[in-house]
Write a protein that binds this ligand. Structure first.
Ligand SMILES: Cc1ncc(COP(=O)(O)O)c(C=O)c1O
Length: 380
């Protein structure tokens, strides 16, 4: 395949995200204003912000950004960091720089669509499905069985979109052993990292612990700053970073300097921002868990391990697509039907939907959702 299919999730979001009154499936944390963010900086930061110009900056990312990002890894330094315009550009560039048409890649399913469709536009791909009946467990035997002599990359994403699953550290270590033995790259999308339910289950960043590991991350999700469009890839493989930098010359060339500047302020204030965001999640889950418990006849729900999204199952007879369609069209409540996660390389979890619990307004949405359920009681 050499084309990229319609990005179902982004198309759905384009249609509804800015029209729905109750956005109940956002994958990012509550954002903040420019004023709030600048106030987290020092007086010097504020002065520098006013003096900032709009020149091109380094393709690799400004020295300040790379140093602030490197500080979030255990063993890496600035030279291990390449900045991108969001995680999306990083994902695109990494796949194109690692994979050739005679390679094979292994991707978990369900997935954030581009994790599958970008590699699938380059080479053969196999899907490894997380087990819906076993708390979205990842079966490493399935990965072993899928490996071919030409497998060049395995792509994972924990905390996972859309289920919030976090595999155990032991499973990650075993996966690294499998990859190392066969000299396979491990691409780890870590954009929901730092929003786990407990610190104990937080996974190490792959770039710290595997020489052929790539850690993808971004300001969008756990920091709630998607409008900055600042992401990065961290890796010990400096040659690969160089190759990716050269491809970036054909794409964004460099990031927006104001966005990188603001990202540095956010990264330096990570303790404050992450504490604030974890509190939002905690408060939202205090509402969401009892809501689902009250509607066991309609929903199957287990609190996710991490991130700010989950993937409950809808049990109503009309099916999840109709359920979500009715909510959005009649009640302006936006939930993301699992059909959006339909994969060409793995089974599609039927009748699930994505719910987001990183936004403060979730509470209003839940009240409206309850009203909608009451309104349609007879048909659910
Ligand atoms: C798992 C995952 N990876 C990458 C991205 C892309 O992130 P960004 O919008 O910051 O480029 C998303 C966005 O939803 C995501 O969920």
């Amino acid at each position: 395949m050499s084309f990229l299919p319609d990005f179902k999730l982004e198309t759905f979001f384009s249609e509804w995200e800015f029209n729905a009154k109750y956005h109940m499936c956002a994958s990012d944390m509550e954002s903040m204003t420019l004023e709030e963010l600048l106030n987290l900086g020092s007086d010097q930061d504020k002065e520098n912000w006013n003096k900032l110009n709009f020149k091109y900056i380094e393709t690799y990312g400004s020295p300040e950004l790379r140093s602030a990002v490197a500080g979030s890894y255990d063993k890496l330094t600035s030279k291990n960091i390449l900045a991108f315009a969001g995680a999306e550009e990083g994902l695109y560039v990494a796949m194109h720089c690692i994979l050739n048409d005679d390679d094979h890649a292994i991707i978990i399913t369900p997935n954030y669509q581009s994790a599958e469709t970008i590699p699938a536009s380059i080479c053969q791909v196999s899907g490894i499905s997380l087990d819906a009946r076993n708390n979205w467990n990842l079966d490493l035997q399935k990965i072993k069985d899928a490996i071919r002599p030409n497998t060049r990359l395995i792509s994972i994403n924990f905390p996972h979109n859309p289920t919030g699953k976090v595999i155990s550290k032991e499973t990650l270590d075993d996966l690294i052993d499998i990859a190392r033995e066969r000299d396979i790259y491990l691409f780890s999308d870590e954009v929901y990292r730092l929003m786990e339910r407990s610190e104990d289950i937080r996974l190490p960043q792959i770039a710290d612990i595997y020489e052929k590991g790539l850690s993808l991350n971004v300001m969008s999700k756990s920091y709630g700053l998607p409008g900055l469009r600042i992401g990065w890839i961290a890796s010990q493989d400096l040659k690969l970073l160089d190759k990716m930098e050269k491809m970036k010359h054909y794409l964004s060339i460099c990031n927006s300097s104001p966005s990188e500047f603001l990202s540095v302020i956010a990264l330096k204030s990570s303790a404050y921002i992450l504490k604030r965001n974890r509190k939002i999640i905690k408060n939202n889950l205090k509402l969401l868990n009892p809501f689902f418990a009250q509607h066991k006849d309609l929903f199957e729900w287990n609190e996710p391990d991490g991130g700010c999204i989950g993937f409950p199952k809808y049990l109503g007879s009309e099916g999840v697509v109709k359920f979500c369609e009715r909510l959005i069209k009649k009640h302006s409540i936006m939930l993301l039907p699992g059909s959006i996660y339909k994969s060409a390389i793995g089974p599609s979890p039927s009748n699930h939907f994505r719910v987001g619990y990183g936004r403060i307004a979730m509470q209003d949405g839940l009240i409206k959702l309850q009203e909608a359920l009451d309104h349609h009681k007879s048909s659910f």
